[in-house]
Unconditional design. Sequence first.
Length: 465
Amino acid sequence: MEIKVAQNVKNTPVEVLVINKFEGENTSEELANTYAVNKDHFEGKFGQTYLLHTLGKIPADKILIIGFGKKEEFDHNRMREAVAKSIKKLQQIKAKKAAFDFDVTLDYGKSAAIGAMIADYAYDKFKSEKAHHLDEITFARFSESEVKEGIVFGEAMKFTRDLANTPAQIATPAKLAEIAQNLEGIETKVFDKEEIERMGMGAYLAVGQGSVRPPKFIHMKYTGKNIKKRIAIIGKGICFDSGGLDIKPASSMLTMKDDMSGAACILGVMRALAELKPDMEVHGIIAACENMPSGSSYKPGDILTAKNGKTIEVDNTDAEGRLTLADALCYACELNVDEVIDIATLTGACVVALGTIASGIMGNDEDMIQRVINIAKESGETFWQLPMFKEYFESLKSDIADMKNTGSRNGGASAAGLFLQEFVKDTKWCHIDIAGTAYIEKPQKEFISGATGAGVRTLLNYINE
Ligand code: BES
Ligand code: MN
Ligand code: ZN
């Protein structure tokens, strides 16, 4: 779908003209007011749609009216959802071309473009019958630069969703490394198994040792022109999580190709940074591997030594993400960056606590956590802070090592956060748990089922602020 910007679309012939209606107000089209508002009493409640055939009375064949709800409640999130809703309706009627003419005063181009691209998304690479896509949409009134920025965000999300939806037989650690190495405008170094050993990443290595596919440690770097801040973003990159020897039940394993959604998010963000060009230095880090059961797997009871020298008794091989992140966090902190953010499909406990609407967030710097939460909100994502009560560390204590990799099931998301904190020095750090939000099994709001690109918009806005 191509997205264009035009000054005026009303006098140009088009298949569908999409206009808005605020509750209690008229639309900008006389014809729509005559039929929809006066005759059919279409109210324009938020998200309601009304389709009208124009019978040649205006240049457009059809008018689609989208309800914008109450004017005082309208914001960027509503714009994104309204455009997404319109696109779904246009798909239903198999439209190919549409022009959007919304009478809004503010600059809503970015959220409109993002909404269009979220709704246009389908993962139909492996289906003989492809999804219906619009060929072209045109937005009137919005600023071109705003729409362009929205397109970069939309493409980043699409890239991340495609990668997280890709089956594990294709999206392997080597594949992630290859993708990173081919990113334009990004410097990438990939460390292979021997180099990872030399770096002393004993926790990460143990997780990958049961797989026939070797681990790949990926370090990407974006360097802006004038560097205001240096930041490292880390994505959990478990290309498949079978649970290892503590193998998962079949039903829990079904979606575990998505356990590299954090990594997919980081790749999507790094790719977009080369286009957005913020004045920042950004390190993208992924400790990619598979968690598999085999004769060479790591075992419950093994004691691992992480990069910072701390020892970990393996309590459960299915708590593998935190082991890979432990070494990645040590590595990131050694870069002497100002801030570190990790994003991970880390715990089922986070899904139990927050469901599929909100991602969990924890960290060691309250101000940074609040900034990330606020930016998430503006970005159309919901992040919810979870506590890091130090009492929960009790359950991670080991009799024979510095800690165990799992504690009690209760408060599991917080215990995982406390575990990670052991590998962060004094650097400001946030941990985002996207276990519930990165991959949905049923359609939700403007998203179809499957990967959602959780975290992409928030990280991009955080870095690009
Ligand atoms: N990848 C899973 C977490 C997960 C669960 C992601 C559901 C997406 C949906 C993680 O590696 C895991 O297995 N966590 C265990 C930890 C437990 C053994 C302490 C869990 O949450 O059950
Ligand atoms: Mn696991
Ligand atoms: Zn996992």
